[in-house]
Design a protein around this ligand. Structure first.
Ligand SMILES: NC(=O)c1ccc[n+]([C@@H]2O[C@H](COP(=O)([O-])OP(=O)(O)OC[C@H]3O[C@@H](n4cnc5c(N)ncnc54)[C@H](O)[C@@H]3O)[C@@H](O)[C@H]2O)c1
Ligand SMILES: [Zn+2]
Length: 383
């Protein structure tokens, strides 16, 4: 078996590690920085310490806070056109997956003849033109670790991943202070997203020894910390574990790819604008229950990692335990579990089945195949 993985070249972690931004800027000889963020993150005051570091490093900074949540191709195109005027030599992303994905696309599109629409058609066109620094402020997407950027495609009422190693970030800062005041509901949704990355990557057909190492490390950290990080927002130890777990989950994605949970959640984000973490959370337990038998060995070894006290249980019991833990975490973090809460009903079913079945990039990674009827049965369970 051959395999490969990409990781950002410099990763800084630990509380207060935001202060490493200054030496990062100096290493890149940055004179003009473009800071990508969104209004929620800026409004939470999270850009202040960053701009301070940038000015300490003797660089100028232009802030773009116009990134939209779950951006579409048109949103990304608009931001990149504005940013292209700035002649920046370094991009810094301060935000969740939406901000980081936009900045990663900017790192390959500023100064290029191609647009994001071209990359959707042919991701191999991406060539990095500006280095990027990622500072996550949510604890889930792992986008700071991946070569992926996910965009909504309004024409298809769905989302697509643009994947190219050129988009791998150069530097990452995992500072728990950036998620210390993250609203509870976003801790829950992004934390479950990170858990889905870990479990899907570990059970993916494309799993490799290297992606397994990261996926298991992610699962161990996230299963142990998510409920507590949600329950007590001041527990920075739990939040730090979650942030690190989310990063490891991102590395695992680069090694093996997610599977059917993410595939079937894309139309929920693309058409109904349900947040990425929430749409994954809704589908997570039903899809893993569907996968349980086909992934039994993998789920059982996941159980050995997260719950060694069950070492004596049978393989099917261990697999069932992991699926039940997933359902329990979604319940305890109070994420909606029904699409009805988003006004989605039987009349939307056929659209979902068609759009979900198109997500072959990820569905092919799933150990158990899906017929259209199987996909219909999954969506029907959550309506
Ligand atoms: N590239 C990848 O590998 C990858 C992986 C998974 C998901 N994604 C994509 O990432 C996007 C979702 O990202 P997300 O779940 O991180 O959410 P997000 O970036 O869309 O942010 C959600 C909301 O949280 C707010 N927010 C973020 N940090 C905050 C903080 N510390 N305090 C207060 N408010 C804060 C934002 O302002 C925004 O309103 C989706 O488009 C998804 O498809 C990408
Ligand atoms: Zn995800």
């Amino acid at each position: 078996m051959q395999y490969q993985i990409q990781v950002p070249s410099h990763i800084y972690g630990g509380q207060g590690s935001i202060e490493k931004l200054q030496p990062i800027l100096e290493r890149h000889h940055a004179k003009k920085v473009l800071l990508f963020t969104d209004q929620g993150v800026r409004g939470a005051g999270l850009c202040d310490s960053i701009t301070e570091q940038i000015s300490k490093a003797g660089a100028s900074c232009r802030i773009f806070d116009g990134v939209t949540a779950e951006p579409s191709t048109y949103d990304v195109d608009r931001v990149i056109r504005q940013a292209a005027y700035e002649q920046a030599d370094l991009l810094v992303a301060v935000g969740g997956g939406s901000v980081m994905d936009t900045a990663k696309l900017a790192s390959v599109l500023i100064g290029a003849d191609d647009t994001v629409f071209d990359l959707v058609r042919d991701p191999s066109l991406a060539k990095k033109s500006i280095p990027s620094v990622m500072i996550p402020t949510t604890c889930g997407t792992g986008s700071e670790a991946t070569c992926n950027a996910i965009v909504a495609i309004p024409e298809e009422s769905s989302k697509k991943g643009i994947v190219n190693a050129e988009m791998i970030p150069d530097d990452v800062i995992l500072d728990v202070n950036m998620i210390a005041k993250l609203p509870k509901a976003i801790v829950a949704a992004t934390g479950v997203d990170a858990l889905a990355h870990a479990v899907e990557c570990y059970t993916s057909k494309k799993a490799t020894p290297m992606s397994d190492t990261y996926a298991l490390a992610a699962a161990k950290l996230i299963f142990a910390s998510l409920e507590e990080a949600y329950r007590d927002g001041d527990n920075l130890k739990a939040k730090e574990q979650l942030l690190l777990g989310a990063f490891y989950g991102g590395v695992a994605i680069t090694g093996s790819g997610t599977t059917a949970v993410h595939a079937l959640s894309y139309p929920l984000g693309g058409k109904y604008h349900i947040a990425h973490g929430v749409s994954n959370a809704i589908l997570f337990a039903p899809v893993m229950a569907y996968n349980q038998e086909a992934c039994e060995g993998r789920l059982a070894s996941l159980c050995d990692t997260i719950c060694p006290e069950r070492a004596g249980d049978s393989q099917p019991a261990k697999a069932a335990y992991v699926v039940e833990r997933i359902a329990q975490i979604v319940r305890k973090t109070e994420i909606p579990t029904s699409l009805q809460e988003f006004g989605i009903g039987e009349s939307d079913l056929e659209f979902l089945v068609q759009a979900g079945s198109q997500q072959q990039r990820l569905l092919v990674n799933n150990r158990r195949e899906f017929s259209l009827d199987d996909i219909r049965a999954i969506y029907r369970q959550v309506i």
